[in-house]
Design a protein around this ligand. Structure first.
Ligand code: PGU
Length: 449
C-alpha cells in the first residue's frame, strides 16, 4: 500500500466542493503544474504553502477582530449578535452559574464520552422546549433529536444528512439571511437558491415576493426559515402570513428547515417564539429544526445546540437517527458534555426553568428599550429619514438601511463597529452609548446622503 494513492478519482460532487471551498477562501484556481515546474532552488522555496492566498476575515466575526485592534476609549462593537449588559459587559446568567456550581459540586459526575447523539436528557428536553411539552410528535416518538455544536453545527449535520438521504438537493434561503447559511449548505453539497424576503423601501417583509418564489420552487425543495427574530432584518411574518406560508409549502411538498437561534429573544416568551415551528409540526408533516442555546442561555462559547427531525412515524425517526450517527461520527465523534449538562439541568428543574425565563425576558426587554432610546435620540437630533423601523423590527438586530459607505464612515470617525450591510446588534448598546451611536448615524446620513 505504501506510496499508493488510496483515494478514488474526485467525483463531480468532490470537484464542486473544492470549487466552493476555493471561492470561500477568496482564491481563484491555483495552477499547481506551474508551481511544480518552476525552477526554484531549495533555499528560495520557503514553504509548500507559499501559494496559499490570504482569506478575508469573516463578515461578522471579523468585525470583532477589527474592534479588538482599535485603541479608542469610545469604541463600540455592534457587530456580533451577543448580549451585553447596561455596563457593556458579557452576561453569564445567574441560573447558568448556579447550574455550573451544582455540576462542579457533584463529585459523582465524570467526563466520559457522550454517545454520538449526545446527552439523552438534553435531547428530549430540547425537543419539548421547541415543539411544546405536549407535542404529539414527541409523545409518539416521531422526533429524533441529536445534540450538536450549537446552531451552526446543528444546521451542518442536518445539511449533510439531507445531501445524503433526500431526493431534492436544492435549498432556498431568504434574501438576505445570516451569511453562514450559504456556506453551510453549499459545502454540504446542496444547491443553494434564494427567495425574496425583505423589501428595502418599506423595510418590511416582501410577502408577495416570498410567496411567488416559494410558489415557483421545484416540488420537494428544502426551505430554510428563521423561526423568529430574522437575522439580519429583524422582520418576521405575522401568524397569518406564517399560516399562508405553511399551506403553500405543504401543497408543494416543500421541506421546512427551521433555524431557531433566538427562541425567547423576539417576544421574550419561549412558546410564542416557537409558534411558527409548532404550526408546521401540528399538520403531521416532516420538519427540520436547528436549535441554539448560544443567545437564549448565553452559552455562546459552550457550543450547545440540537438538531431535531420530525418524521411521520417512530420507525422512520429511528432509522433517520441511525444515519445521523454516521454523519456525526467522522465529523467530531460525539459532542461536548459540559454545556449540554447545564441546559439539561435548567430545563429539568421547575425552579431553575422559571428563573431562566425571567432572566431571558429581562434580556429581551433591555433590547426593546434600546430600540426606543435609539429611535428617540435620532428624532431629537432631527436626523433625516423615517427611523420607525428601529422600533418595529424584532430580536437582536436592527437592519438600519445605512449603506456600506456610511458604515465605514461611522467606524473611521466614531469607532463604531458593525457589519457592512448596516446591521446593528441592539444587544451591544446601552443607555450610555446610545447618544454616541445617534451622533454617528446623524453625521453619516447628513454627510453621506
Ligand atoms: N443561525 C442564525 C440565524 C444566527 O444568527 C446564528 C448566530 C447562528 C445560527 C449560529 O449560532 P451558534 O453560535 O452557532 O449557535 N449569529 C450571530 C453570531 C455570530 C455568528 O455569525 O456566528 C450573528 O451575529 O449573526
Amino acid at each position: 500500500m505504501h506510496g499508493r494513492d488510496a483515494s478514488p478519482p474526485p467525483s463531480p460532487a468532490d470537484r464542486r466542493l473544492t470549487a466552493i471551498a476555493r471561492h470561500l477562501e477568496g482564491s481563484s484556481a491555483v495552477d499547481m503544474d506551474s508551481i511544480a515546474a518552476s525552477p526554484t532552488s531549495a533555499s528560495a522555496r520557503n514553504s509548500v504553502f507559499d501559494h496559499v492566498v490570504r482569506a478575508p476575515e469573516d463578515p461578522i466575526l471579523g468585525v470583532t477582530v477589527a474592534y479588538n485592534k482599535d485603541a479608542s476609549p469610545v469604541k463600540l462593537n455592534l457587530g456580533v449578535g451577543a448580549y451585553r449588559t447596561e455596563e457593556g459587559k458579557p452576561l453569564v446568567l445567574n441560573v447558568v452559574r448556579r447550574a455550573e456550581q451544582m455540576l462542579v459540586n457533584n463529585s459523582s459526575r465524570v467526563k466520559e464520552y457522550l454517545p454520538i447523539v449526545g446527552l439523552a436528557d438534553f435531547n428530549k428536553l430540547s425537543a419539548k422546549l421547541i415543539l411544546g411539552a405536549d407535542s404529539p410528535a414527541v409523545q409518539e416518538n416521531r422526533v429524533t433529536t441529536v445534540q450538536c455544536l450549537s446552531g451552526t453545527g446543528s444546521l451542518r449535520v442536518g445539511a449533510e444528512f439531507l445531501a445524503r438521504h433526500y431526493h431534492q438537493r436544492t435549498i432556498y434561503i431568504p434574501q438576505p439571511t445570516w451569511g453562514n447559511h450559504l456556506k453551510i449548505f453549499g459545502l454540504a453539497g446542496l444547491s443553494v437558491k434564494t427567495y425574496r424576503y425583505f423589501c428595502p423601501s418599506t423595510r418590511g417583509l416582501n410577502f408577495q415576493g416570498l410567496l411567488e418564489d416559494l410558489g415557483s420552487a421545484p416540488s420537494g425543495a428544502i426551505v430554510l426559515l428563521h423561526a423568529c427574530a430574522h437575522n439580519p432584518t429583524g422582520v418576521d411574518p405575522t401568524p397569518q402570513q406564517w399560516e399562508q406560508i405553511r399551506q403553500l409549502m405543504r401543497s408543494k411538498a416543500l421541506l421546512p428547515f427551521f433555524d431557531s437561534a433566538y427562541q425567547g429573544f423576539a417576544s421574550g416568551n419561549l412558546d410564542i417564539d416557537a409558534q411558527p415551528i409548532r404550526m408546521f409540526v401540528a399538520d403531521g408533516g416532516e420538519c427540520f429544526v436547528a436549535q441554539s442555546y448560544a443567545k437564549n442561555m448565553g452559552l455562546y462559547g459552550e457550543r450547545v445546540g440540537a438538531l431535531s427531525i420530525v418524521c411521520r412515524s417512530a420507525d422512520v425517526a429511528s432509522r433517520v437517527e441511525s444515519q445521523l450517527k454516521l454523519v456525526i461520527r467522522p465529523m467530531y465523534s460525539n459532542p461536548p458534555i459540559h454545556g449540554a449538562s447545564i441546559v439539561a439541568m435548567i430545563l429539568k428543574d421547575r425552579n431553575m426553568f422559571q428563573e431562566w425565563t425571567i432572566e431571558l425576558k429581562a434580556m429581551a426587554d433591555r433590547i426593546i428599550s434600546m430600540r426606543q432610546k435609539l429611535f428617540d435620540a435620532l428624532r431629537s437630533r432631527g436626523t433625516p429619514g423615517d427611523w420607525s423601523h428601529i422600533i418595529k423590527q424584532i430580536g437582536m438586530f436592527t437592519f438600519t438601511g445605512l449603506n456600506s459607505e456610511q458604515v465605514a464612515f461611522m467606524t473611521k470617525e466614531y469607532h463604531i463597529y458593525m457589519t457592512s450591510d448596516g446591521r446593528i446588534s441592539m444587544a451591544g448598546l446601552s443607555s450610555r452609548t446610545v447618544p454616541h451611536l445617534a451622533d454617528a448615524i446623524h453625521a453619516a446620513v447628513t454627510r453621506l446622503a
